[in-house]
Structures are given as C-alpha cells and as structure tokens.
Design a binder for this molecule. Sequence first.
Ligand code: Z5A
Length: 208
Amino acid sequence: MGSGKFITLEGGEGLGKSTNLHFIKDFLENNGLSVRVTREPGGTPLAEQIRCLLLEERSESVAEQTELLLMFSARAQHLKEVIYPALAQGQWVISDRFTDATYAYQGGGRAIDVSLIQQLETWVQGTFRPDLTLLLDAPINIGMSRMKERVISDRFEQEQFPFFERVRQAYLLQAQKNPDRIQVVNANQSLTAVQSDIVSHLLSLLKK
Ligand code: Z5A
C-alpha cells in the first residue's frame, strides 16, 4: 500500500456518522491530504446495487446467512475497486461503516456466531484492517430521537430497541478487543465537543 491511511466511522443510527464524515474530510484536506470518502454497504456501482438489496423493505424474510454473505460480497468489491487502489495511490480513505458494523449488526443484532464473521473477514480482507476506527457511541434513545424527523425507514431501521442495544454492546465489545485501533467517541454531547474529540484522534494518527 502507499502512504494513505484507512479511517472508518461506526456507531448506531442517527449518532452523526454522515455529519462527521464531511467534517473529517475537510479537516484532512486542510492538512494537505487527498481524501476519498466512501460507505458500506456500497461504494462501487455493484456494491451499491447490493446495498439496495440489503436495505429495501421486502415481504420475503431475509435469511441471516444471506444478509451476512451479501455484506461481505459488497465489501470484497469495495476493497478491490475503491479502497485498495485509493490507498495505493496515497489517498486517505474514510468509510462510513466497515467490518465492525458486521460484528455489531450481524454478530450482535442477529446473533450470528462471531467465529463465522471472523472467517469471512480473513477470507475477504486477509490481515487488512482500518488504521483508525471512530466509534460514535451514545444510549440508543439519543440516536432514535435525532432520527425522528426522517420519514424513510430501511429494513434495519424497522428493528426494535433490543436489537439496537445488542448492536451497541457488540460495538463496545469490538472496541474493548481492539483498543489500539478503535476509539470510542461520546456522541451524547454537542457536535462541537464531538468534533473536538475526533480532531484529537486524527492528530494522533497524523503523527504516526
Ligand atoms: N450494516 C450492517 O448491518 N452490516 C454491515 O456490515 C454494514 C452495515 C456495513 C446502513 O447504514 C445499514 O447497514 C445500517 C447498518 C447496516 N443500518 N442501520 N441502522 P447507514 O450508515 O447508511 O445508515 P444509518 O446507520 O441509519 O446512518 P444514518 O441514518 O445516516 O445516521 P448517521 O449518519 O449516524 O447520523 P447523521 O445523519 O449524521 O445525524 C443524524 C441527525 O443528528 C442529523 O440531523 C444531525 O444533524 C444530528 N446530529 C449529529 N450529531 C449531533 C450532535 N452531536 N448533537 C445533536 N445533533 C446531532
């Protein structure tokens, strides 16, 4: 890989990933870096089609295995077409969600055996992992109340409180297991305070 770094943003819905993605992009560009912003599931034309399959509401119930495999199918395409080439060219890549979301939603939310996720992670990514993951964390009701205004609701947003609590706990477990990579940011504070925490993590990464 070139000198680019890979940053991922994670967290439950409505906790400010999209909002802060743009803030991070601007911050890095102001520091003279070339930045590529992307998201999962998605990021390439094919992976975006898989995203639609995954998120749209449907009458047919989706098997957990189907959901998990589609997440990794989209990820394989995203890595090959976008993430690896951008890093090789020295760009910094920021992704709105990546594999920690699979541990959280499919592992925590759907209760899929984590060892299966680990096997797919190794198969699809080898040893490749983000350089920094910012996990926006807050009690579930905070994200939900911020999302109240939004009308469109996807297949995941239909889930109930216990599902999102399992997602949150699985994210926090990932952070515990990967303390050097995953930085937990308290999302239950003002946007200015959130962004000040984010900047301190970015500055540490810039010094590495
Ligand atoms: N998924 C999965 O299951 N497995 C996987 O492996 C992957 C994904 C990769 C799509 O995610 C779904 O895919 C996701 C998990 C699943 N489903 N869910 N739920 P997505 O990222 O596209 O969708 P999302 O999680 O629902 O994100 P979102 O709706 O775009 O929310 P957000 O980006 O975190 O929040 P936001 O839009 O930036 O902020 C929400 C509002 O809060 C907005 O009005 C902001 O102005 C406001 N905000 C933000 N920060 C603050 C603070 N600090 N104070 C006050 N107000 C704030």
